[in-house]
Write a protein that binds this ligand. Structure first.
Ligand code: ADP
Length: 498
């Protein structure tokens, strides 16, 4: 039954909150931003129709607090809640609490999240459907002795992972028996403190695999379609940095098989809305890795090549519109057009191995142009704090072919300016020029193999130089050129907005 959403609460922050606000604006839906005390200096705060503070900066007291979010949504007069990604987006208790409070949760049911969101139960479902899995151990016996024995039986290298894990945390690769005990215990400790459960499981570690994932979408009638794949092999510490659609590595036949597997597990779990089925792909074989029961950070690349708006489709589906929101009956027959690449811009210092860089944003320039999309949650004058994920923006480009998209991305990055904090832009530039990336052959070990050391300091680009000169002129500075390694660098905290 269709229930028109007039006001929607956003249980998130940063660029994804802005993304949801934009979709709501197009659907004539008002928004209620549920924010922490420190996030009043953010773009989402400025754009939302209504804002409700749900707690202080630490995530446990605000963005991860189920009661505070549900109460905030009710107090704001919302009929629905969009959880974005991260935070409570894959929390079945939150989906249930929203439902119990009479709120529409924009996402799958609590039951589907339970079946797919927990990595161990997801694997059990995949196994019952006959889908290919990486060999491993998912047993209840969690004693270190048993886990070591199982690792030896699987054969090294073996990866130990948190059952409730996410974001690449709580994972360790074990290469020999002697290091198992220490690494398993450390994974258990990390899992307990990050996810509240020390349950782990083991998998054979595939050391030349690609990460390829399929976008699925379930409509209000229980049918699940696929909207092609994304390749996310460029990762650091198991976290994605660059994503593209569609993967340059799949044959038509393999793509068909993987997409069928993705839809099969979605339908078996009664999936509704946007979800992602992740696979590892090695030696022409694919293995189901996990299912993410939410919108994915990298959803824009799918939107660009498939010509869809996944957030609008999520909202329309949540309010009960039948055929995949606005995607229409023929959504399953859509063909990808051109190539899209996204990179995540992190506030970190690439010249010091990626240590986080916090502070107030100075001049920020995102160079607009055809086939360029910028998703960002903070503007000049906003503070990047240490409380949250250091991703400050996403840059997405589209062009007719992969080589042209790479060329465009390099151009866009060279014209982008972010002052006030360091960013990984110089690091990304090096990756986009690397022959293995250009050939499309990179595996998930790409960063470890070629970019494990801090990169060399680079000179400001011509556009950065122009901004520096302008700021100097305005503040009457006469000091000599910038030195990126020290605090007076325009990339750190000195050059605040023009
Ligand atoms: P998370 O939920 O924390 O993102 P995933 O299970 O999705 O964890 O894995 C994240 C990344 O870790 C993968 O994309 C891949 O690079 C690496 N990884 C996970 N499992 C394996 C494995 N069995 N072999 C090789 N790499 C793996």
């Amino acid at each position: 039954m269709s229930q028109r959403i007039q006001r929607l609460a956003i249980a998130n922050r940063g660029e994804v909150a802005v993304r949801i606000i934009r979709a709501c604006e197009e659907l004539d839906i008002e928004t209620v931003l549920l924010h922490s005390e420190v996030d009043i200096n953010s773009r989402a705060y400025r754009l939302a129709t209504k804002k409700i503070c749900i707690g202080p900066a630490p995530t446990a007291e605000s963005y991860l607090n189920i009661v505070a979010n549900v109460n905030g949504a009710k107090a704001g007069g919302a009929q629905a809640v969009h959880p974005g990604f991260g935070f409570l987006s894959e929390n079945a208790d939150f989906a249930q609490a929203c439902k119990d409070a009479g709120l529409i949760f924009v996402g799958p049911s609590a039951e589907s999240i339970r079946k797919l969101g927990d990595k161990v139960s997801c694997k059990a479902l995949a196994k019952s459907l006959g889908l290919p899995l990486v060999p491993g151990y998912q047993g209840e016996d969690q004693s270190v002795e048993r886990l070591v024995k199982e690792a030896e039986a699987i054969g090294f290298p073996v990866i130990v992972k948190a059952a409730a894990g996410g974001g690449g945390r709580g994972m360790k690769v074990m290469r020999k028996s002697q290091e198992c005990k220490e690494l398993i215990e450390s994974a258990q400790r990390e899992a307990r403190s990050a996810f509240g459960s020390e349950k782990v499981f083991l998998e054979k570690y595939l050391d030349r695999a690609k990460h390829i994932e399929f976008q699925i979408f379930g409509d209000a009638t229980g049918k699940v379609i696929q909207l092609m794949d994304r390749e996310c092999s460029v990762q650091r510490r198991h976290q994605k940095i660059i994503e593209e659609a569609i993967s340059p590595s799949l044959t038509l036949e393999v793509r068909r098989k993987m997409s069928e597997a993705a839809c099969l597990i979605g339908e078996a779990a009664g999936y509704r809305g946007a979800g992602t089925v992740e696979f590892l792909f090695q030696d022409d074989q694919f293995y189901l890795l996990e299912v993410n029961t939410r919108l994915q950070v990298e959803h824009p690349v799918t939107e660009m090549v498939m010509g869809v708006d996944l957030v609008k489709a999520q909202i329309l589906t949540a309010q009960g519109d039948a055929v995949f929101g606005h995607l229409g009956q023929a959504a399953n027959q859509r063909q990808p057009h051109g190539h899209a690449i996204e990179c995540r811009i992190y506030a970190e210092n690439p010249f010091l191995g990626g240590v986080p860089s916090t502070g107030k944003l100075g001049t920020v320039v995102w160079p607009e142009g055809p086939g360029r999309r910028f998703e960002y949650g903070f503007e000049s004058g906003d503070e990047i704090t240490s409380y949250y994920d250091p991703m400050i923006a996403k840059v997405i480009v589209w062009d007719e072919t992969r080589p042209r998209a790479i060329k465009k991305m390099k151009k866009v990055l060279s014209e982008s300016v972010v002052f006030g904090v360091h960013t990984n832009i110089p690091y990304l530039q090096e990756i986009f020029s690397h022959p293995e990336f250009v050939s499309g052959k990179m595996t998930t070990r790409f960063i470890d193999q070629y970019f494990s050391a801090p990169i060399e300091a680079v000179a400001p680009t011509p556009i950065e130089e122009k901004v520096i000169q302008e700021v100097k002129r305005k503040v009457g500075q006469t000091s000599s050129g910038p030195d990126q390694a020290n605090e007076s660098s325009p990339f750190s905290s000195f050059w605040r907005g023009v």
